[in-house]
Design a binder for this molecule. Structure first.
Ligand code: ADP
Ligand code: CO
Length: 338
């Protein structure tokens, strides 16, 4: 809640979870999160942003769009005579300070959590309510999904430019409490190609992507929603893996090709398939976004064993992260030299 100190200085802190697409571009809320504080004061000369302690360029178009849209909504509400619009938030400049408790720009959807959190926090500061997922989409396509918990579906708008697309909750987080997510951090480095520009090139050059968008994704979305409704892990897992693989196939089909997976990622894929084959049952699934880091889905009863298997094949670096049972509070580092 905005703390009102005579409208001279307002400060709000919020946090948002990351989300991972199981049908690439419905998701699961995770313990990787962004915490954002927005302060506004008469004494601030300009809008500024710090990300993980380092000042970033506030003039980035995606940031500017979010700021502009929120201020526009606030102005509209003020002219409509809404009493709770914070006029200080509207007339003063803002200082934004945001921290991700996980690697930024490494394929773990920092952009999604980041912009979801930013837009929400700004909306609290400025006293704006309403359809914020549309605004957060200005920052990152997947941000609109981080505005809700549980399983969320991203619904394409009619305009074609995606600007009117929004997100809708398919099931709340309480729907499938046994489902667990593990994040295997293969590399915490910033990826060479940002997901937005990569996606752009794919749209322009990949024939496979076109086929995927026209016929594969719509059918898979239906199957995925049904699998989630029925809590059918096998169906959920197989769809998730096949979709991740096809997404990375479209990256290879992009010209020039985009490589997000590395050798360690591919070894994680093989390990999951060997594990499932051993049990003649699909107990574990992987998905990779635009980066080499693996997001693993499994049911609670399998977590401990699978973590042991991963530790056996990928011993954690001495000072690396640690697995916490069942939920990835701290990301784990897989050593590369294996
Ligand atoms: P990722 O796979 O982590 O989403 P992207 O290249 O898609 O990588 O997005 C990374 C960019 O998103 C960052 O360079 C930054 O501009 C933006 N971003 C990440 N975290 C935040 C945050 N907490 N607040 C605002 N913007 C953020
Ligand atoms: Co991103």
């Amino acid at each position: 809640m905005p703390e009102d100190s005579g409208k001279e200085f307002t400060m709000v802190t919020c946090s948002a979870p990351v989300n991972i697409a199981v049908i690439k571009y419905c998701e699961y809320r995770m313990f990787l999160k962004t915490t954002t504080t927005v302060a506004c004061s008469r004494s601030f000369q300009e809008d500024r942003i710090w990300l993980n302690g380092k000042e970033e360029d506030i003039t980035q178009p995606r940031l500017q769009s979010c700021l502009r849209e929120i201020r526009c909504l606030a102005r509209k509400r003020r002219s409509d005579g809404e009493a709770d619009v914070d006029t200080a938030g509207l007339s003063h400049k803002v200082h934004i300070c945001s921290v991700n408790n996980f690697p930024t720009a490494a394929g773990l959807a920092s952009s999604a959590a980041g912009y979801a959190c930013l837009v929400y926090t700004l909306s609290r500061v400025m006293g704006v309510e309403g359809e914020l997922s549309v605004v957060s989409r200005q920052g990152s396509g997947s941000a609109c999904r981080s505005m809700y918990g549980g399983f969320v579906q991203w619904i394409m708008g009619q305009q074609g430019d995606g600007k009117d697309s929004l997100s809708q909750q398919v099931e709340p987080e309480t729907h499938w409490p046994e489902l667990r997510v593990l994040v295997l951090v293969v590399s915490a480095e910033r990826k060479p190609v940002g997901s937005t520009s990569g996606m752009q090139t794919s749209v322009e050059t990949s024939i496979l992507l076109k086929h995927r968008a026209d016929s594969v994704v719509p059918a898979r979305m239906k199957e995925m929603i049904e699998a989630v409704h029925k809590r059918d892990f096998t169906a959920f897992a197989e769809l998730t893996m096949k979709d991740s693989n096809q997404f990375h196939a479209t990256c290879l089909d992009t010209y020039p090709p985009i490589f997000y997976l590395n050798d360690v990622s591919r070894r994680v894929i093989n390990l999951v398939h060997r594990y499932n084959r051993h049990y003649r049952e699909t107990k574990v699934a992987y998905t990779f976004d635009a980066g080499p880091n693996a997001v693993i889905y499994t049911l609670q009863q399998n977590v401990e064993e699978f973590v042991q298997v991963v530790k056996h094949f990928f011993p954690p670096e001495t000072n690396g992260g640690q697995f916490l049972k069942g939920l990835p509070v701290a990301p784990t580092t897989l050593s590369e030299e294996l």
